[in-house]
Design a protein around this ligand. Structure first.
Ligand SMILES: Nc1ncnc2c1ncn2[C@@H]1O[C@H](COP(=O)(O)OP(=O)(O)O)[C@@H](O)[C@H]1O
Ligand SMILES: [Mg+2]
Length: 155
């Protein structure tokens, strides 16, 4: 954890200018910033004032700028984008389904196990039956925990 005595600067932005080429609009003008180790920083400003542009530059996703962006040795940047990348080839339902993959798989396996209960290979072999029931119990927990029994209608 950082303490109040931690005055180590781990990031600096020095005299940064950014002009959007296509529109020739200067979005960031002569920006100077330094971040202390452990600091939690928010950027506030009106819509269109350049917050997202600034974040992309800090994250290294945009290198069309003048000035300097400096990380102290040993420090890197992580970036959680505001807008997730969505595959344009997929439908909305398919995208949502990706986020429920664990539940979908559990439901599928649960149904497969139900079918196996009717096969002699399983019902004539107590050991296999025990294993099936144990697995079905695990799957049931997953399905209960993710409230997935009505997943199809929810999707
Ligand atoms: N790709 C782009 N093409 C043209 N203008 C852009 C582009 N990206 C950002 N801008 C302009 O740069 C300014 C800053 O945008 P942005 O960084 O998204 O602001 P904020 O996140 O603070 O709302 C806005 O005026 C916007 O219109
Ligand atoms: Mg923004």
């Amino acid at each position: 954890m950082a303490t109040v005595d931690d005055k180590k600067i781990i990031f600096s932005m020095v005299g940064l200018n950014k002009t959007i080429r296509q529109t020739n609009k200067q979005v960031l003008k002569n920006i100077y910033l330094s971040f202390f180790y452990g600091a939690k920083i928010g950027i506030i400003g009106l819509n269109g004032s350049g917050k997202s542009t600034l974040m992309k530059i800090i994250a290294g996703l945009d290198n069309q700028y003048e000035g300097q962006v400096v990380f102290s040795p040993g420090y890197t940047v992580g970036y959680l984008p505001q807008d997730p990348f969505l595959d344009p080839q997929k439908t909305v339902k398919e995208i949502v389904q990706e986020g429920t993959a664990e539940a979908v798989n559990a439901l599928k396996e649960y149904e497969e196990i139900n079918l196996k209960f009717g096969e002699p290979e399983y019902y004539e072999d107590p050991e296999k039956m025990d294993k099936l029931m144990a697995r079905q119990g695990e799957l049931q927990d997953i399905i209960d925990a993710t409230d997935a029994w009505n997943l199809d209608s929810k999707l």
